[in-house]
Design a protein around this ligand. Sequence first.
Ligand code: ATP
Ligand code: MG
Length: 214
Amino acid sequence: MSITIALSKGRIYDETLPLLAAAGITVAEDPEKSRKLIFPTNQPDVRVVLVRASDVPVYVQYGGADVGVAGLDSLIEHGGQGLYLPLDLQIAQCRVSVAVREGFDYQAAVRQGARLKIATKYTSIAREFFAKKGVHVDMVKLYGSMELAPLTGMADAIVDLVSTGGTLKANHLVEVERIMDISSRLVVNQAALKLKQAKLRHIIDSFAGAVVKG
Ligand code: ATP
Ligand code: MG
């Protein structure tokens, strides 16, 4: 029985490579230089598939992949149904924050109990956060370039991933609240865990041993 590992291109792929190496898995070809979506590895019964970051939980949930690496942000939005999450891999670390245009009085807007217009890809995270604060929000779902929404007057605030804050700064936005810290998790299909226990245990244990704490 072979193992399919779902990853996304970019930082998750790059930061997962050392963990795969710890499990004795090396990918034969550089995905950044290829248009293929399925990549063989040095192990005949292990392959890597590349999907959108937010699709990793979906592939693993429905058995398109046995195991994957997904950001906590994607996992919360997905809901986590059918997934076993054995490990915080401590990679792709960032945070989900609220940001507004420079000069926008966020504290006053929140205090006055007015409706706040929020643009975000992370509607579940945003909804729960503002519900807990008792702030009424109108949610606009976006799929990218969230920074543009407050600048065009489409929203008062955005809820987005922040790491250095460079993108916010370049667009004259300021981070006004940190909602949660984010890192990537190992995601395992629960049925596959029973069916392919030895192989998946080896991957989980090897990854666990290679996680850089801190
Ligand atoms: P797509 O580009 O397919 O719409 P995406 O933008 O979420 O998806 P990436 O930018 O590759 O995909 O991000 C993948 C994951 O890496 C995110 O889900 C998040 O957990 C994490 N991440 C995103 N941006 C950063 C960042 N600036 N620094 C560290 N980790 C990040
Ligand atoms: Mg991206």
